[in-house]
Design a protein around this ligand. Structure first.
Ligand code: IMP
Ligand code: MG
Length: 185
């Protein structure tokens, strides 16, 4: 779908391009400070939604870092989480002794990240923390400890800045609420 049609399906902008830029700069500065005395930092991006956050956040981090990627099952073409997590693409990096920072686009139920964090801990990482651009209210129900949060947003289905609905809308430069008629809501 072209960018103009994507924009037409957004009923409300939740986070603007400018707000994302400013907040990621703050988060990057904080992460740089927190890891400055550590000897490793591996950013683990969760495909595919986190690509924009990874690209922009990593460029705001001044300490040495490496990147790796994982793909886990998520919503597919539905707007409800399944709670079932499956690894579709695993890391290429051995985590033994490394400081890992999971980079995510959004935490909704928190089920995905809760599972992922525990999974990476069992691989012998020195630490496994989480950075997410967006967090929805339901995330509070699962006791997943998120170190870095960009924005707390209302409980609505959002798209843009990496977030999709049926693979469309990822290239929107902002985060917005998708018109319910698009997914039959
Ligand atoms: P959770 O397991 O419920 O926290 O869901 C995590 C994943 O669901 C995210 O990484 C997204 O891929 C997807 N997701 C959750 N909420 C939204 C949304 O509002 N729009 C698009 N994708 C979402
Ligand atoms: Mg995701």
């Amino acid at each position: 779908m072209n960018l103009e049609d994507c924009k037409d399906d957004v009923v409300k902008i939740v986070v603007t391009e400018e707000q994302i830029k400013e907040r990621l700069a703050e988060m990057g500065a904080q992460i740089s400070e927190d890891y400055k005395d550590e000897d490793s930092l591996l950013l683990v991006g969760v495909l595919r939604g986190a690509i924009m956050v990874m690209a922009d956040l990593s460029r705001q981090i001044s300490v040495p870092l490496h990147m790796d990627w994982m793909a886990v099952s998520s919503y597919g073409a539905s707007t409800k989480t399944s709670g079932v997590v499956r690894i579709l693409k695993d890391l290429d990096t051995e985590l033994e002794g490394l400081n890992v920072l999971i980079v995510e686009d959004i935490i909704d139920s928190g089920l995905t990240l809760d599972w992922l964090q525990q999974n990476l801990v069992t691989r012998g990482a020195k630490s496994v923390k989480i950075a997410t651009l967006l967090r929805k209210p339901d995330a509070a129900k699962v006791k997943v400890d998120v170190e870095y949060v960009g924005f707390d947003i209302p409980n609505e289905f959002v798209v843009g800045y990496g977030l999709d609905y049926a693979e469309d809308y990822r290239h929107l430069p902002f985060v917005g609420v998708l018109a319910p008629h698009v997914y039959g809501g």
